[in-house]
Design a protein around this ligand. Sequence first.
Ligand code: ACM
Length: 273
Amino acid sequence: MRIGFIQNHPAYGDREENLRALERALRAAGAPDLWVLPELFAVGYLFGSRAEAARLAEPVPDGPTTQALIRLARGSGSALVAGLAERAPDGRIFNSAVGVDRGGVQAVYRKIHLFDREKEWFDPGDLGFPVVALGGARVGLMICFDWRFPEAARTLALGGAQVIAHPSNLVMPFCQSAMVTRAIENRVFTVTANRIGTERADDGSELTFTGRSRIVAPDGAVLADAPEAVTAVGVVEVNPAQADDKRATARNDVLADRRTEFYRLIAPPDKNH
Ligand code: ACM
């Protein structure tokens, strides 16, 4: 199986141009079985207000970004995981990712751990962490800041994910290194697709995105690593079944050896938000 990331530099708010740029990048890169694209890849990130996030949000599956992704999947045979701003029928706005293939939308993930000002712009995800068949592997979805919560990747691994698709708009320096740990502690492949560039809001605040998209193997090997400040594409060949072998040594299995009776504080049954 071939998996890849697209590291892009979206023009803020210009969905049509960003979708055209994606199409150009995909055409030049061939057709792996699974592409992972950044968080909010078609509209940019620094919304400034909830009203602005709502303006750029769209329904799933009928909105233009999801429809474009499905068209690309049908044209190329590749499955794609990509981030978008989702407007739900009841008006809530989510920082979401969809997983699509020729058959249409196979997964919708609504970001569970919202980062910083995202708490003003979006509603917290309410659908849990999905694991679905995509492009020949069992693929789990999480978005960007979810990396900071090891429970996210662990939940996906326990759900059977062989590959974690991780659309991102990273602004802090630590995630790319941490994904090596997420991969080895769960023995899964991880594909972090990040973006580059700087965005400025009307209030003068700005964010610079850190690139360095990467693909990591279950043994922690970094299979592909993009530069920090230029757009890039990375594609590697992997055997997803490697992620089914959870042994760390002949006598250790990273999932079966867990001592959950000592982990009760991690997920107390009475913790409700
Ligand atoms: C992030 O979660 N976009 C930093």
